[in-house]
Every structure is written in structure tokens, then in C-alpha cells.
Design a protein around this ligand. Structure first.
Ligand code: ZN
Length: 330
């Protein structure tokens, strides 16, 4: 396994301090069928249930219950792969920046792996999440906003391994397991649609590469907030809006892998839509009525599906709504 540049194809080892190519291109992962991520560290990650349920206007859907993963979000999948590979390579110190769920997952796996972890986070993080990350013994650096946290972590990454959930392809490698699980739970079928809350595109890219390996793609419908819509704006050639919405995990003004995200949506014959804070809140409450408490970002998948299938949905379509994170920490 090694990294290679998406633009100039230059190769880099997995333990390189560099997190992007000299030419400015982002890394992709080269992995052949004989390569496996080592299994050294576990914090109880699971195959999450896929709950068949229905909502009045759209009928039957499947809720993929990723909020049940350790640390309360699907990011545990990425952190599992990333930290296991780093542990295997003997890396004993990492830096990371995140708004919450990724930092939580990476800090937790790093703690279990005995890897020293510095986390750069924006002030906006909920006090619940902050306490959660602290409990893993991570060194916390609070910065004014995401941009400032990003700048600080890139400075620190000059001499410490950058375990980024955006730059490091090992993280996406872990998310791929979600695609395999959905496929298996549907009885070896590709679903027609997956509605994916999208900010940095972590879940979307992981799902895309997973289904690509399986051999067929569902249509990916990326769901963004009306208040922060860079993927929607690029896809539809509309005006970019960059405000704060209640879907904090996808309040990403400038997704670093935007081109790759657009490519995945186009190749899947998917689409992008936006939802309002009111629609997100209503969806969160509708999921709550099923006895499930998710964060506003996770409710974007249902809010998006309700909007997309306004005139109804064919009964035979398998539609997956990933519940990305728990409401307990938001
Ligand atoms: Zn390059």
C-alpha cells in the first residue's frame, strides 16, 4: 500500500510526514487485493443495524444506524482503519483537526492504541464533545474557528503525523466498510438511493469507493444545508452561501475534496439538494418519534429524502438513510 498524488501520480509511503503532494494534489490510496488494514486496536466497533421503517409521505426506507458506533458516529470506521495502520507502522504521535465527530473518534482510537494525540478544534464545538475528547487524554488546542484550527494543525503537521479525516486516504478506506455492510444487509443488492449529509464528503467518498469495489453504484443524493451549500452551488452553478446552520457537522464552507465529491455524485447519476434548518429540525423530530435520537446533521438524510420524493417514491426502491451521528453529544 502507498499514497499517490491524484494529479501527478507521484508516490509517497503511508508514513510520510507530507499530507499532500508537492504539486498541491491530494493523496489517494493504492491498495491491491493482498493488502489488508491490520487489526490491532478495537474499541468495540460494530456492524450497525439497518432498520426498516416508513415515513408517511415516502413509505418504506432503511435507517442505517451509524450513531450506534463507538464514539457515536460513522467516523469510528475511518478512525479504526487509520489508527490501526498507524499503530502497525509504529507512529506514536499524531495531530488532527475537526469540528467534533472525527476528532472524537480519532482521539478514542489513538488512546486505545497508546498514540499521543493533539487535537485542534474550533470554539464552536459543544461542551459535551469537548469533555468527551478530553477524557481520551488528547491534548486540546481550541482555536477561533475552523480556518484557524486548520492553519494551526498544518503548522504542527510539519513535524508530526497528520491523522486527518480529510487529507488522509486511510480514513476513507475505513468508511468503505459501510458500503459492504449495506450491500450485505440488503441481501447482496445495491440500493437505488442513498441520501448522504455532505460537508467534507467523508461518508460520500467512502461509500463511493466501497460500492465501486463491489461493482455498481447507488445514486448518491448529497444533502447540504441551505445555509452552507458549496457542493450544491458547484453542482448547480448557484451562488455560494456560507452561514452557520444547526447541522454543525456539515457546516463546511470550502470542502478540500470538492472536485472528487462532484465526480462521485456525477458518476453515480446522483444529485445534490439543500434543506432548511426548519426541515432538518422536523426530520430530527420525526426520527425521534421512532425512538431514535440523532444529531441535526444526521436528520439531513431524512429531510433530503422527504424533499426529493415530494411526489412519492416507487415502493420497490431501496432507499438508505444513514444516521451519521448521535444526538447525545450535539
Ligand atoms: Zn502531485
Amino acid at each position: 500500500m502507498h499514497f499517490y498524488c491524484e494529479k501527478c501520480k507521484k508516490e509517497y509511503p503511508l508514513n510520510a510526514l507530507q499530507y499532500e503532494c508537492d504539486c498541491g494534489g491530494l493523496f489517494r490510496l493504492y491498495k491491491d487485493s493482498s493488502n489488508e488494514i491490520p487489526h490491532l486496536v478495537s474499541i468495540g466497533e460494530i456492524e450497525t443495524p439497518m432498520l426498516e421503517t416508513s415515513f408517511e409521505s415516502i413509505g418504506r426506507v432503511f435507517l442505517k444506524m451509524e450513531h450506534m458506533q463507538p464514539t457515536g458516529s460513522f467516523k469510528a470506521r475511518g478512525a479504526y482503519a487509520l489508527i490501526n495502520q498507524l499503530k502497525y507502522m509504529g507512529i506514536d504521535k499524531i495531530v488532527e483537526d475537526s469540528s467534533g465527530n472525527a476528532a472524537t473518534a480519532i482521539a478514542a482510537y489513538a488512546a486505545a492504541a497508546g498514540i499521543d494525540c493533539d487535537v485542534y478544534i474550533p470554539e464552536e464545538i459543544s461542551s459535551n464533545k469537548l469533555h468527551y475528547i478530553k477524557s481520551f487524554g488528547a491534548h486540546i488546542h481550541v482555536k477561533k474557528d475552523r480556518t484557524a484550527a486548520g492553519r494551526a494543525v498544518r503548522e504542527a503537521a510539519k513535524n508530526t503525523y497528520y491523522a486527518s479525516h480529510i487529507y488522509n486516504p486511510l480514513f476513507f478506506e475505513g468508511i468503505k466498510s459501510l458500503a459492504y455492510e449495506i450491500y450485505k444487509q440488503l441481501g447482496n443488492k445495491i440500493p437505488e438511493y442513498i441520501f448522504v449529509p455532505a460537508g467534507n464528503g467523508t461518508m460520500l467518498l467512502g461509500l463511493y469507493y466501497g460500492f465501486e469495489e463491489i461493482g455498481a453504484l447507488p445514486a448518491f443524493i448529497a444533502v447540504q444545508s441551505e445555509k452552507c451549500n458549496p457542493i450544491y452551488a458547484a453542482f448547480k452553478r448557484k451562488k455560494v452561501i456560507q452561514e452557520a446552520s444547526i447541522a454543525t457537522a456539515i457546516n463546511i464552507a470550502e470542502p478540500r475534496r470538492l472536485k472528487e465529491i462532484l465526480m462521485c455524485i456525477k458518476r453515480s447519476f446522483g444529485n445534490v439538494l439543500t434543506v432548511s434548518d426548519a426541515e432538518i429540525y422536523e426530520a430530527q423530530m420525526a426520527i425521534g418519534k421512532k425512538g431514535i435520537y440523532v444529531e441535526p446533521t444526521a436528520a439531513c438524510s431524512l429531510a433530503g429524502a422527504l424533499k426529493f420524493f415530494k411526489k412519492g417514491k416507487p415502493d420497490n426502491y431501496n432507499v438508505i438513510l444513514p444516521l451519521t451521528g448521535t444526538g447525545m453529544l450535539s
